[in-house]
Design a protein around this ligand. Sequence first.
Ligand SMILES: [Zn+2]
Ligand SMILES: [Zn+2]
Ligand SMILES: [Zn+2]
Length: 344
Amino acid sequence: MNLGQVVVMSEVRRDPISGHRVILAPDRRNRPAAYDRQEQLAENAKCPFCAGHEELTSPPLCWYPPSPPEMYLRNWRVRVIANKFPALSTDTANATAPGTGAKDHEGIHEVFVESRRHVDSFGELSADEAAWTWLAYRERLLSIRQQEQWPYAQIFKNSRQGSGASIAHSHSQLLASRFVPSALSTELAAAAEHRHHHNTCLYCAMIEAELLSEARVVIEDQDLVAFCPAASRFPYEVWLFPLSHLPRFEASATSLLERASHILQQLIRSFDRELRCPPYNYFLHTAPFHSTQQDCFHWHLEIFPRLVTTGGYEWATNSFVNTVPPETAAKQLRQQWQPTGTNQ
Ligand SMILES: [Zn+2]
Ligand SMILES: [Zn+2]
Ligand SMILES: [Zn+2]
């Protein structure tokens, strides 16, 4: 055993008691510190994500709208690049630490730059930029799925000061790992258990019940529904689901993703009106790539504004104290909903 070793590059350790994993990533100390919003919004002269500064980042993995490479610099509206300070990477110089499982330190960490313009929220993107961002999520998930060695890729977004973002310019991230994170395996196990006992999808059953009661539904259309979950952990937590049973995000039709990105923009603008432009996080949950149980899953997005700091009780118990009942939150968000409104 070499428990006293110094971690130089990324390493993954799994806690044998709770099963949670920790990515030790000392290189990420060198990334920009958490930003000051006013300073960064005023000062886009140095922003690596703005149009005109492409040389500050690595060459793009893909960009939207699609165009020939010689047109890229002029035409891109959304682009995907490798993260300059990856939490996990395929650099294999670092030997695996004992007891952590082979190659757990390997991974892929990418960044979705969502606009040429220096804006700090998904709600401030044009409708095209928002839709292209979601199409880029699908394209990168399909590409990583094909590589076969990655069981899961997590797409997530930190937006605004206090969300974990270190750059103001609106962006989201993808982190592909050698392991399925415990949050996903827990959800998948519950879905498989439900399927075993009821022969139906746990998520479809939840959607049906929410649509029937209506109390927590924020918006519903012919393809999608957004509601505040009955056991919301955080004030104004919202889950967004396709109404059809779709295990894998990357199998979604273009029209569905365009519609979902549009609803998400409207939802974030409702947060902005009700809660004065709060920081927020969102993330996708989709079936792990090669799981035999993936048909039990139903992809969804989870989003919550960062209004409260997680306290000792939450850390101690993984149980939550939420001061805004989801029925109240849904009602307030419905009142703020402006179907055709934009910030443009
Ligand atoms: Zn910028
Ligand atoms: Zn389902
Ligand atoms: Zn989930």
